[in-house]
Design a protein around this ligand. Structure first.
Ligand SMILES: NC(=O)c1ccc[n+]([C@@H]2O[C@H](COP(=O)([O-])OP(=O)(O)OC[C@H]3O[C@@H](n4cnc5c(N)ncnc54)[C@H](OP(=O)(O)O)[C@@H]3O)[C@@H](O)[C@H]2O)c1
Length: 246
């Protein structure tokens, strides 16, 4: 039996367990299961590894994407850059290597969303948490200049109240990396001057539940193209599977 799983806390709403369990069934992947390992403290991680000798791979979610790194034997380049691991491959010899498939998922999904001639576009990144790190790394690699909007006053970011008409004109791609608008708070949207947006804009929401957020609806109402986080979620999950089986 090959075992895959998820570590994090809390794990009540796990997309991954449902996704991989259905995948194993639909693709007739035998003798394989996906388990949840809800741990209250990352110091319990070595126990999970020791007690589950058939573990071949793990997904990592909040709040351990950074804290797990010190337990790994090696970390792939993109995960190092972001300083966050969301996939661990466990070799038969027990060697553990960390990867970041959010980086891959976002990059590929953004490619599908933007027009071919996206060069010259600039991005407004809403939020500065874990997901924003992967988003920023992708934007840097694609040479898309960006400005971060945060609730915090920081020399490198601006606040929501400081977003002007000029920013709207300059930053045609708007990426929501905050949980605002996520179920059950579906009536919330990031604070932006929505009436100034146009059909030249692109609204990308990392939130995947609901599939169409209020942020996306407000962009769409102004003619902007919109994209939900669902595709990124599927792409990062498939990338994890590919990493575990490579
Ligand atoms: N589609 C995918 O595959 C995928 C992958 C990863 C994450 N996500 C989604 O992305 C979202 C963020 O995930 P995360 O792990 O980055 O979460 P996080 O670290 O908890 O939060 C992200 C950032 O959002 C801002 N924020 C949080 N609560 C806010 C509020 N009430 N009002 C305004 N800003 C707020 C904060 O930035 P400031 O302090 O700078 O304001 C925070 O650092 C979640 O909805 C998650 O489901 C999707």
């Amino acid at each position: 039996m090959n075992v895959y799983g998820l570590i994090g806390y809390p794990l009540s709403h796990s997309f991954s367990k449902k996704y991989f369990t259905e995948k194993f069934e639909q693709e007739n992947i035998a003798a394989t299961k996906y388990e949840l390992f809800e741990i209250r403290d990352i110091s319990d991680f070595p126990k999970i590894i020791a007690n589950n000798p058939n573990l071949r791979g793990l997904n990592v979610t909040i709040p351990y994407k950074e804290a797990v790194i010190k337990y790994l034997d090696d970390v792939a380049e993109s995960a190092k850059k972001i300083n966050a691991v969301n996939v661990i491959k466990i070799g038969k010899n027990g060697k553990m290597i960390g990867y970041n498939s959010d980086y891959y998922g976002f990059k590929n999904s953004l490619f599908r969303f933007l027009p071919e001639n996206y060069k010259g576009i600039k991005a407004l990144v809403l939020g500065s948490g874990g997901a924003a790190k992967a988003v920023k790394a992708v934007l840097e690699d694609l040479q898309i200049p960006y400005l971060v909007v945060s609730r915090k006053q920081d020399p490198s970011t601006i606040t929501y109240e400081a977003v002007t008409e000029e920013h709207v004109k300059e930053y045609k791609l708007v990426i929501n990396t905050t949980p605002i608008g996520m179920y059950p708070n579906v009536k919330d949207s990031p604070y932006l001057p929505y009436s100034s947006y146009t059909a030249e804009h692109f609204f990308y929401d990392l939130v995947y539940n609901p599939q169409e957020t209020l942020f996306m609806m407000k962009g769409k109402a102004r003619g902007a193209k919109t994209k939900s986080g669902l595709e990124m979620l599927h792409l990062q999950a498939e990338k994890a599977w590919e990493i575990w089986n490579s």
